[in-house]
Write a protein that binds this ligand. Structure first.
Ligand code: ATP
Ligand code: MG
Length: 137
């Protein structure tokens, strides 16, 4: 059983599809064990994506992630990190299979509806970035 960090990004929150995304998560047999809606500051968005700070898309990514509220949640399930990545589909939505969250809900490479931790180590770091133990059930 693994935990992973899921973010419903500002584009998807604006479209009011939080419920649709959570239904897909439920259908994939992943449990939501922590959740909050937050609006990131510049510092929080930069810190969360620190690994990308030298990439050409970093500034636009940070601006996008602080452009509106996001839903941050911890998911739990068998092989949860990998299975949630599969549910999301690849970063490049033109390569995403129908039925994945990004194929169905992304606007573009940047505005791609959801985030999911890319490894167990990332999941631990990212969960701790948003939640204390007493907020995880
Ligand atoms: P995430 O980390 O958000 O789950 P990911 O692991 O699929 O997505 P990363 O390579 O970690 O993708 O990039 C982080 C985010 O940066 C992407 O989700 C996307 O919003 C944005 N991004 C990545 N590559 C590009 C790009 N070439 N142009 C614009 N935005 C990009
Ligand atoms: Mg990533």
């Amino acid at each position: 059983i693994e935990q992973t960090l899921s973010i419903i990004k500002p584009d998807a929150v604006k479209k009011q599809i939080i419920g649709e995304i959570q239904t897909r998560i439920h259908q994939a047999k992943l449990d939501i064990i922590a959740i909050k809606m937050v609006k990131l500051t510049k510092e929080q968005a930069e810190g969360f994506y620190a690994e990308h700070q030298d990439k050409p898309f970093f500034a636009n990514l940070v601006n996008f992630m602080m452009s509106g509220p996001i839903v941050v949640q911890v998911l739990q399930g068998e092989n949860g990190v990998e299975r949630y990545r599969q549910l999301m589909g690849p970063t490049d939505l033109s390569k995403a299979a129908a039925g994945t969250l990004r194929a169905d809900f992304a606007n573009s490479m940047r505005e791609n509806a959801v985030h999911g931790s890319d490894s167990l180590a990332s999941a631990e770091r990212e969960i701790a970035y948003f939640f204390v133990d007493s907020e995880i059930f």
